[in-house]
Ligand binder design. Structure first.
Ligand code: NDP
Length: 238
């Protein structure tokens, strides 16, 4: 059965792989993007909706636009995220607030906008893209780790608040995945990170997408408040 799916930050990287995985399975998928040419997204069978997650009005409109084309959003994947890495004494108030605003408050805005329709339908699936960093911590990433740890408390609170309405909230925690975000690291930094991965390699975006799709599937109907690592074993034990 085709569902209405919305993926934030679905124009590239993990979000695009997630969007493609849902579309390949026959769902109707809207993706938020900020400035990309929407042409390639449309040609891939996705509905591009322009939205900066730091703007509450744009988030509301994106959910409405997806709903107008595909019906109320039944599956929301809050994937968009940024880093602004700095050691603590160099981290400004703005570095901290900006990362929280996109990664955590942005997810809140998207969930709140989509939840009204899910409550009316008495069903819904929300998957939040966190990170192994949110659970293990990482020097130079206190802002990012705080935002990603925050998603776990956020999801678990909503799993309790809205479980009786048949809406599930789960988190995936990727390790090091080959996207623009990690390509921005130096070769040395990447090699050091990969050395901490028992499987000895980066993850591919489609490997994260498979976990997201599972958590949004009928097969996962009794899973809520879970954190599913997709990290090659990097965070084992957290
Ligand atoms: P990319 O940098 O490749 O993509 C980030 C996505 O987020 C882009 O679509 C970007 O849109 C979007 N985005 C950023 N800020 C905003 C905003 N204010 N409003 C709307 N969209 C925004 O990253 P990845 O694909 O690697 O990361 C996807 C998610 O996975 C992130 O939450 C990240 O933290 C998480 N993650 C990634 C890991 C990795 O190793 N790659 C590991 C663990 C977690 P635009 O194109 O407009 O910039």
């Amino acid at each position: 059965m085709s569902r209405s799916v919305l993926v934030t930050g679905g124009n590239r990287g993990i979000g695009l792989a997630v969007a493609r995985a849902f579309a390949d399975a026959g769902d109707q998928v809207a993706v938020t993007h900020r400035s990309d040419d929407p042409g390639p997204l449309e040609r891939a069978g996705l509905l591009p909706v322009r939205c900066d997650l730091t703007d509450p009005g744009q988030v509301e409109r994106a959910v409405e636009e997806a709903g107008a084309r595909h019906g109320p959003v039944e599956v929301l994947v809050a994937n968009a995220g940024v880093t602004r890495d700095r050691l603590l004494l160099r981290m400004t108030e703005d570095d901290f607030a900006a990362v929280l605003d996109t990664n955590l408050t942005g997810a809140f805005r998207a969930v709140r906008a989509a939840a009204a329709g899910m409550l009316r339908a008495r069903k819904g699936r929300v998957v939040l893209v966190s990170s192994v960093t949110g659970l293990l911590g990482s020097p130079g990433q206190a802002n990012y780790a705080a935002s990603k740890a925050g998603l776990v408390g956020f999801a678990r609170s909503l799993a309790r608040e809205l479980g009786s309405r048949n809406i599930t909230f789960n988190v995936v925690a990727p390790g090091i995945v080959d996207t623009d975000m990690t390509r921005a690291l130096s070769a040395r930094q990447r090699a050091d990170l990969v050395a901490k991965v028992p499987l000895g390699r980066h993850g591919a975006p489609r490997e994260v997408a498979a976990a997201v799709r599972f958590l949004a599937s009928e097969e996962a109907s009794y899973i809520t408040g879970a954190v599913l690592p997709v990290d090659g074993g990097m965070g084992m034990g957290h």
